[in-house]
Design a protein around this ligand. Sequence first.
Ligand SMILES: Cc1cc2nc3c(=O)[nH]c(=O)nc-3n(C[C@H](O)[C@H](O)[C@H](O)COP(=O)(O)OP(=O)(O)OC[C@H]3O[C@@H](n4cnc5c(N)ncnc54)[C@H](O)[C@@H]3O)c2cc1C
Length: 250
Amino acid sequence: MKDQKLEIIKNKNIKNDFYKIVFKTEDFENCTPGQFINILISEKQTPFLRRPFSIYESGDNKLSVIYRKVGPGTELLSKKKEGEKLNILGPLGRPFPDKSGDTILIAGGVGIPPIAYLGRELKKSGKKIISCIGFKNKDLILLEETFNLFSDQLIIATDDGSYGIKGTVINALNKLKEIPQTAYACGPTPMLRAVKEWAKKKNVAAYLSLEEYMGCGYGICLSCVVKHKNGKYVCTCKEGPVFEAQDVEI
Ligand SMILES: Cc1cc2nc3c(=O)[nH]c(=O)nc-3n(C[C@H](O)[C@H](O)[C@H](O)COP(=O)(O)OP(=O)(O)OC[C@H]3O[C@@H](n4cnc5c(N)ncnc54)[C@H](O)[C@@H]3O)c2cc1C
């Protein structure tokens, strides 16, 4: 983990409220899908805490994140210009584990970018990948072309049925004929809860990346704890954000 000032190479609106920010890096090369960075968006008092974002791309002296503008921190981030430098802590957290066998990737909302990063990396080892991604409606679909590049089958679900399967990713998962051995998921907590239940029923090993509120990002402030099956509380930032679904209470 390093704390360093990185220069912004690009910060661009890519769709609706989503932006992609790219930083110039020299020694941020050992990032793995599922890990995140904690960005100090302002040196002033507000927003006081750093904001965590999953890594979307890393390599060639670049690091990128795709973020959704939802509040004061991300609003301020969206106004940052090329050439400005931001204080970045990372890479943080434990990544998705590399498991053998066929894989299903499940994502929604701001969970789409880290799962796309994972898909690109898994494809390099020749795995069969089914991707199942969900959105409220057709206009909110994000990174479809990227998912098409590494997915042997791409299933898109929209709540209103305006594109793909009507319903949630869980409706789509319930329609699968063949169930892969391993699932990786990131997205809103209700979706992750439902994935956990589905995985238990189908006997799938599922790895969830939790996006709890967090402060420090490295296990000191304890603002992101979740209950582990061993009865103890664990920090999402340090012991996670990726956990085996049945190991944590969400
Ligand atoms: C490990 C991790 C990885 C993340 N990766 C990404 C990413 O790749 N892209 C991205 O856009 N966002 C990601 N997030 C969420 C992102 O950190 C928040 O959206 C951001 O901190 C919001 O800051 P803000 O000041 O703009 O809004 P705030 O004022 O802090 O919040 C605005 C709204 O968003 C909700 N919110 C804020 N943080 C969270 C959270 N962690 N979970 C659920 N709801 C939240 C608040 O309830 C509020 O309604 C990630 C979060 C974590 C913990």
